[in-house]
Structures are given as structure tokens and as C-alpha cells.
Design a protein around this ligand. Structure first.
Ligand code: GRF
Length: 204
């Protein structure tokens, strides 16, 4: 299976996926890392691992999302992926784009969906006094952060946690969850992945 990964920034989730796909028993291999920011640090990290990269800045397109996404689709179709992984991709995608790739596009979101869709999930979870938080991998559908859940990892909220501390704890679990879900998804196995907290795995 060919996997394209879409990023906007550092790409730590992308790196976790690339590292897992580098193992010989993995049913998939990366065919492209695509960013909406040509300066994204993840681009250099992917290139350093020999993975093809591309970037389409959304800025020149202004409010014309469709034109921006048409360019993304052209780059993706050239790479001919079987699966697209959104990994820290920070642009909302229109129904047209999502429909084009639906059933083959995954996203990781830093909350235990359906709780805390959208942004600032860690601060909101702290504000609500949650005892637990975590991350979810889901199939992308036109509704934001709403598709079928393919896996979740839980973390404890600790007394005195700042949003940054909680985000780092969640990010460490994202790096476990996303590779585990991609392996199953690429193998055609739709059983969800439920991970309990593993404190040894902190974000790099
Ligand atoms: C992080 O906030 C992560 O929770 C979310 O996207 C952001 C950047 O992730 N998935 P990455 O380091 O670029 O993968």
C-alpha cells in the first residue's frame, strides 16, 4: 500500500509513521509527504529519510479553497496513494476534497473524540476538569473531526498540568497510536486500536 502524509509543521506524527513503515513487516510504504507550508520543518525531516516531498502554499489562493485543494489533489494523484494520513495538517478541507479521498483518508486529533472537536483541546479538557484525555485516529468525513473512530489512546490528567504538559503527554501517545492504526488500516483490518497510557513513551 502507498501512503501519502499531509503535514503543516514539525511532523512528529509523520516521523513516527515513517519510522514504523521502515520496518520490513509493514504492509505500507510512504509515497509522498505533502505540506501546505513550504517551510515546514517536517519537509526536511522527510527528505532526510529519502521520502519524496512536495509543498503547496495555501497563501496565494486566498479564500479560494477549491483552487488550493485542486492543486493538492493534482500533487496527490501524481503520487497515486492508496491511503492519505493527515498528520498535524492544519487546514480545514472542503467536502469536495474529502469526498474525493473518502474511505482512504485518516486524521489524528488530540482528544478523545467525540469530545473536544476543533482546536485548543488540551486547554479545554483542563478547563473542564477532565481526569482523562487523549488522542483519536478517525476516518476523515466532510464533518470536522467526526468520522468513524479507528483508534484511541488515553492519558491521565495530572494535578498542576499545564496545557503544554498535557499536550506533550498526549503527543507521546499519538506517536504510538497512529502507527498502530495505519498498520491495521493498510492490512484491511478495521478493528479499532485501544491503547492504555504508556508513560515511557514521551514526545521527542
Ligand atoms: C499536534 O498538536 C498534534 O496533537 C496534532 O497536530 C499537532 C502537530 O503534530 N495531531 P505534528 O508534530 O506536526 O505531528
Amino acid at each position: 500500500k502507498r501512503v501519502a502524509i499531509m503535514i503543516s509543521g514539525g511532523g512528529s506524527n509523520m516521523l513516527a509513521l515513517l519510522e514504523d513503515m521502515a520496518r520490513p513487516d509493514h504492509p505500507a510504504a510512504p509515497c509522498l509527504v505533502l505540506s501546505n507550508d513550504p517551510g515546514a520543518a517536517g519537509i526536511a525531516r522527510a527528505s532526510a529519510r529519502g521520502v519524496a516531498t512536495d509543498a503547496v502554499s495555501h497563501k496565494p489562493f486566498g479564500k479560494d479553497r477549491a483552487a488550493f485543494e485542486a492543486e493538492l489533489t493534482a500533487r496527490l494523484e501524481a503520487a497515486n496513494p492508496d491511503i492519505i494520513c493527515l498528520a498535524g495538517f492544519m487546514r480545514v478541507l472542503t467536502e469536495g476534497f474529502v469526498t474525493r479521498w473518502q474511505g482512504r483518508m485518516l486524521n489524528i486529533h488530540p482528544s478523545l473524540l467525540p469530545k473536544y472537536r476543533g482546536l485548543h483541546t488540551h486547554a479545554r479538557a483542563l478547563e473542564a476538569g477532565e481526569a482523562e484525555h487523549g488522542c483519536s485516529v478517525h476516518e476523515v468525513t466532510p464533518e470536522l473531526d467526526d468520522g468513524p473512530i479507528l483508534g484511541q489512546a488515553r492519558v491521565p490528567v495530572r494535578a498542576g498540568d499545564t496545557a503544554e504538559a498535557l499536550a506533550a503527554r498526549v503527543l507521546g501517545q499519538e506517536h504510538r497510536l497512529y502507527p498502530a492504526v495505519l498498520r491495521r488500516f493498510a492490512a484491511g483490518d478495521r478493528r479499532p486500536v485501544w491503547l492504555d497510557f504508556d508513560g515511557r513513551h514521551e514526545a521527542p
